[in-house]
Ligand binder design. Structure first.
Ligand SMILES: Cc1cc2nc3c(=O)[nH]c(=O)nc-3n(C[C@H](O)[C@H](O)[C@H](O)COP(=O)(O)OP(=O)(O)OC[C@H]3O[C@@H](n4cnc5c(N)ncnc54)[C@H](O)[C@@H]3O)c2cc1C
Length: 460
């Protein structure tokens, strides 16, 4: 049955559309969370929505499990294929299909890299404001499937806020198209919503219509060193009052993170040599210089009042790039850190300090836990907590239990933005109650009764 299905798929998709070489199967068996233990039976690369629908119908008839893939930059192993499954990659469906300047919308194929969307919008004086470190490789479909957050959530919200239309191939091959682009449309359930953040478990997204915003080409960036997270939150409160909508990023780098990247691993040069405090990266964006006025004065006032201990104001784009490199160095810590768990947690802002202290306290008691570093999107209450360990399953389990117990106690989330994937599936109950889990399972059963669409991800 499987062999027959693969032959049918080869006939449908042609040579470029079905990969079966061992090296390819290894490549498509991993995402940014690491390599999977199994290899897919084949990698399918349809070139259109219709081809995707026909391929899915063949797989469904043969009972073959399907794993949708975009750029494979996901951090939760959601795109890692289990044994006996086929990968359906959207990488051949790429490019911007339409950009409507008046309506400020952009339609693109799901495999289009996020950065290409941003650049095409900017060429028209517009912007797609969702931004993440993996922008050059992550596909727009993957960012919708994971409801990606990133560095500008403070100002623009997560991906969900920008999606106004989707075309999706359901688990039986049916094409669901909500690409009308109406500004107002209240006719029944909004069928786009369940697919945003569904991590490939409900269908394959093939085309997307996005809402754009005016491009703000100018920025002002500063790095502040403050005593602790409480002082950082006070700076945030004042920045929001002073700059309102112009405040576009407010990123937190705990002393343990700064120490690790600047001193231990030298991934970036130390901005405050000989001092070690809590660092905050603040960014304003605007359309003209007047919108950035007052930033220097504000920093001066904070320094004068002693709320900020030291600060660096970027004077050029190169300075801005250097300051952002400190924050983006988190993408380079995997190798020097060795085996570790990368948690993507969120709590209400008012609990953030106590929550981090409680995680630190729980981890100190565990001999299996090594170096701990914390960095995150401060305003969103989103902490990326990285914990080194000896590489054993036991250590990973004990550390996860300790951290997720704290998450439960503070009514936080086990994943702020990276998604549940396969890595966090068994911890979902730490932040979702039985009624919520039952509704999730009911939606999954209704849309994918055979359980073929990305089995093992998000929900069992
Ligand atoms: C350096 C780095 C920085 C990052 N920074 C951030 C950040 O700041 N914020 C953030 O939220 N994430 C971040 N990420 C995580 C990652 O980039 C995002 O999750 C991204 O949205 C994944 O896109 P992708 O195309 O690579 O998806 P993949 O990794 O290929 O897939 C991710 C999930 O989506 C599903 N999927 C992919 N494409 C489709 C589709 N067309 N239809 C249906 N399901 C699909 C997959 O099955 C899988 O479950 C970062 C990753 C890296 C490596």
């Amino acid at each position: 049955m499987t062999g027959q299905a693969i032959s049918l798929l080869e006939t449908l998709l042609g040579k470029a559309g079905v990969l079966r070489d061992a090296a390819d199967l290894v490549r498509y068996a991993a995402d940014a969370a690491g390599p999977g233990a199994d290899r897919p039976l084949a990698v399918l690369r349809p070139a259109s929505t219709e081809q995707t629908a026909e391929a899915v119908a063949i797989c469904a008839a043969a009972g073959l499990a399907m794993v949708p893939q975009g750029g494979r930059t996901g951090l939760s192993a959601g795109a890692v294929p289990p044994a006996g499954s086929v990968v359906i990659s959207v990488e051949r469906m790429r490019g911007v299909v339409a950009l409507d300047r008046d309506a400020m919308t952009l339609t693109a194929w799901a495999g289009t890299p996020l950065q290409q969307i941003q650049e095409e919008a900017q060429r028209q004086g517009l912007d797609y404001p969702v931004d993440i470190g993996a922008r050059g490789t992550a596909s727009i479909g993957g960012t919708v499937a994971t409801n990606a957050g990133g560095i500008r959530v403070l100002r623009h919200g997560m991906t969900r806020r920008h999606v106004i239309g989707l075309e999706v191939v359901l688990a039986d091959g049916t094409i669901l198209s909500r690409m009308g682009g109406l500004a107002k449309d209240n006719a029944g359930y909004d069928l786009c919503q369940p697919f945003i953040g569904s991590e490939g478990t409900l269908g394959i997204i093939t085309r997307i219509m996005l809402r754009l915003c005016p491009h703000e080409p100018l920025s002002a960036v500063a790095l502040l060193m403050v005593e602790d997270h409480a002082a950082a939150l006070e700076c945030l409160a004042q920045a929001r009052i002073r700059f309102g909508e112009r405040l576009s990023a407010f990123e937190g780098m705990w002393p343990d993170y700064m120490d690790a990247i600047c001193r231990t691993w030298r991934l970036a040069s130390d901005p405050f040599p000989g001092q070690r405090g809590f660092c905050v990266l603040v960014e304003l964006r605007g359309r003209d210089a007047a919108q950035l006025d007052g930033f220097d004065d504000w920093l001066g006032e904070l320094l004068e009042r002693g709320l900020v201990q030291d600060g660096i104001l970027a004077r050029s784009q190169e300075d801005e790039r250097r300051l952002w490199a400190l924050r983006e160095a988190v993408g380079d810590v995997d190798a020097p850190m060795g085996p570790h768990i990368s948690f993507d947690l969120s709590v209400s802002l008012c609990h953030l300090g106590r929550f981090c202290a409680a995680c630190d306290a729980a981890l100190i008691l565990l001999p299996q836990a090594g170096r701990v570093i914390k960095v995150g999107h401060l305003r969103d209450g989103n902490v990326h907590l990285l914990v080194a360990h000896d590489g054993s399953d036991k250590a990973a389990r004990l550390i996860s239990e300790a951290v997720y117990d704290v998450v439960r106690a503070y009514r936080g989330s086990v994943t702020a933005e990276h998604g549940v994937g396969r890595i966090k599936r068994d911890w979902l109950a730490a932040c979702r109650d039985p009624a919520e889990l039952a509704v999730m399972r009911a939606i999954k059963r209704a849309l994918d009764p055979q359980g073929l669409m990305n089995p093992g991800a998000v929900i069992d």
